[in-house]
Design a protein around this ligand. Structure first.
Ligand code: HXC
Length: 261
């Protein structure tokens, strides 16, 4: 590690449960948490998507437990939470990163296509929060929901994800109010366009990258590291009084009101 702006031990003694923690943005968050002292449990539908990240974390001297679960399936989520508690004795931090995405015009999208993304992103986020509640109450823990900025204005070809992430933001606000009294903080991060992620590969042809870069006020795409840093800040004691916020980390991109395409 060595190149982090944060002290190595800011998450020392914490246990973090990260969905979608094998790859992409949430994979980076999982690795960054481990590098700052947390013990990790990572989940994904397919355990083979988790093995490389588990290996990376362990090779860096961290602890990582990989457990497969489809966040749409509440009993599978309950089992994954129970297995994590059996492994580590508690859960302090939950990160909801599992998400579905593809480009599709609203008049071409099937009801099942719309529902599938809402089920993964919105219902999946609720399922994990709900299943982890008793543990988070005991640990006075916290939740971090990975959202997006797509629904702040309107993003063509993304009605399903926009609706799903609007729901995620509602969950963040509602739970921050309902569970704040239990000592549980609930926040979110809304990443803008982040390079080297599955989401960007699906949404943005490489040929358009230069054109899009000009539409980002700070003049560059986001990096997974940018989201890692926001996640470390929000889950650290530095953010003890921050609750119910979805922090936009997009270089100011959404404020220009330009669709990515
Ligand atoms: C239209 C599609 C489609 C596509 C799937 N569907 N892909 N419709 N265009 N490209 C429809 C199917 O036809 C089907 O409806 C329904 O969705 C379910 O599809 P399945 O393949 O059976 O579902 P499942 O195997 O559960 O997979 C769901 C998935 C998932 C959503 C397609 O595989 C997926 O998205 N994986 C990508 C993960 C990913 O990239 N995550 C990062 C997200 S990035 P019918 O009617 O035919 O039954 C992100 C950031 C956004 O969220 C912000 C960026 C700035």
């Amino acid at each position: 590690m060595g190149n982090s702006i944060f002290a190595d031990n800011i998450l020392e003694g914490k246990v973090a449960f990260v969905t979608g923690g094998g790859t992409g943005i949430t994979g980076g968050v999982a690795r960054a948490f481990a590098e700052h002292g947390a013990k990790l449990a990572i989940t994904s539908r397919k355990v083979e998507n988790l093995e490389p990240m588990k290996k990376t974390i362990e090779e860096n001297g961290g602890e990582c437990f990989a457990v497969s679960a489809d966040v749409r399936d509440f009993s599978a989520v309950e089992n994954a939470i129970a297995a994590t508690v059996a492994q580590y004795g508690k859960i302090d931090i939950v990160v909801n990163g599992a998400a579905g995405n593809f480009l599709c015009a609203a008049d071409q999208l099937s009801a099942n296509g719309f529902g599938t993304v809402v089920d993964i992103d919105t219902k999946g986020t609720f399922n994990v929060c709900r299943a982890a509640f008793e543990e988070l109450k005991k640990s006075k823990g916290q939740i971090l929901n990975i959202s997006a900025t797509l629904h702040y204005l309107a993003t063509p070809m993304q009605i399903h994800v926009s609706a799903a992430k609007a729901g995620v933001d509602a969950i963040t606000r509602n739970l921050s109010v309902e569970w704040g009294r239990h000592g549980i903080r609930v926040n979110g991060i809304a990443p803008g366009p982040i390079e080297d992620t599955e989401g960007m590969k699906r949404l943005l042809p490489e040929a358009l990258k230069e054109k899009i870069t000009k539409k980002i006020p700070v003049g560059r795409f986001g990096r997974i590291k940018d989201i890692e840093n926001a996640a470390l800040f929000l889950t650290s004691d530095a953010a003890n009084y921050i609750n119910g916020v979805t922090l936009v980390v997009d270089g100011g991109q959404w404020l220009l009101g330009t669709s990515l395409g």
